[in-house]
Design a protein around this ligand. Sequence first.
Ligand SMILES: C[S@@+](CC[C@H](N)C(=O)[O-])C[C@H]1O[C@@H](n2cnc3c(N)ncnc32)[C@H](O)[C@@H]1O
Length: 294
Amino acid sequence: MITPDPAGLHIPVLLHEVLEHLRPVPGARFLDLTLGMGGHSAAFLAAGATVTGVDRDPAARALAATRLAAYADRVSIISGTFADAAEEFVRTGTRFDGVLADIGVSSLQLDDEGRGFSLRSESSADMRMGDGCPESALDLIDRLDAEELADVLYQLGEERLSRRIARFIKQARAEGRLTSGVELAAAVRRAVPGHQQRHPAMRTFQALRIAVNDELGQLDRLLAALPALCAPGGRAAIISFQSLEDRRVKESFRDGRKAGTWADAARHVVVASEAEQAANPRSAPAKLRWALAP
Ligand SMILES: C[S@@+](CC[C@H](N)C(=O)[O-])C[C@H]1O[C@@H](n2cnc3c(N)ncnc32)[C@H](O)[C@@H]1O
């Protein structure tokens, strides 16, 4: 049985698919690199596995510790980034039968007004997930000139109007009109008038969040370490939420399969069923890819 989420806030995405591909069994050693609120880990533990959980967010670690308290003898929680943790495990020769990374921002972080991840946040546009993030989104906006900021929006948000948006953001900041998430969203809205289906600031928020948390750098380091983290016959799964990340996972797993680093790897992406998407709309963009160690 899966331990319910005490706060009722979080539904783990693609849970059935993760269990199908990672196959936790009693005694198996599992590494959950993005513990979050412990939803996936609760299922690994319920299946009898031991779990090492990593999260850079102290709030997530505290909630997961509470949620997983019933399994305290089989779970250990470590702080810091998953890239640092993965490299440290490789250095010490620690290997796992199952490794999961469910990367990106959690509902806990998105819904917490005070952290500035959301377009509706009245708090400072901070966007740091936790450990290993030296700069907030506002620090980044202030440090970069308009052209450098535009490059970030273009490369990490795939924002076609990056130059114009970057100019409006810098101007609003210079005029003292931009501190909160709401004000950041309003600056982008001024740069992109007219009706759009999605709020025009979504891509800007995505780009800033990825940059602040060095999300692509973290993923690249994880992908490089991943084969050595898996015990013989071990399984890895990565869930990502946007195309820049999924492309990296897809190429890394495909190249690893061809080179024999992986015995097998997903040929097709796994996405949430219609039923899951209806029950949890945040699962819609989730993309899971798996790999099997030789
Ligand atoms: C989508 S949530 C994971 C949810 C989790 N699978 C569950 O079932 O509750 C992503 C979590 O990963 C953490 N995270 C994201 N990038 C990280 C990184 N580079 N290092 C460590 N933790 C990270 C976030 O702080 C967040 O808590």
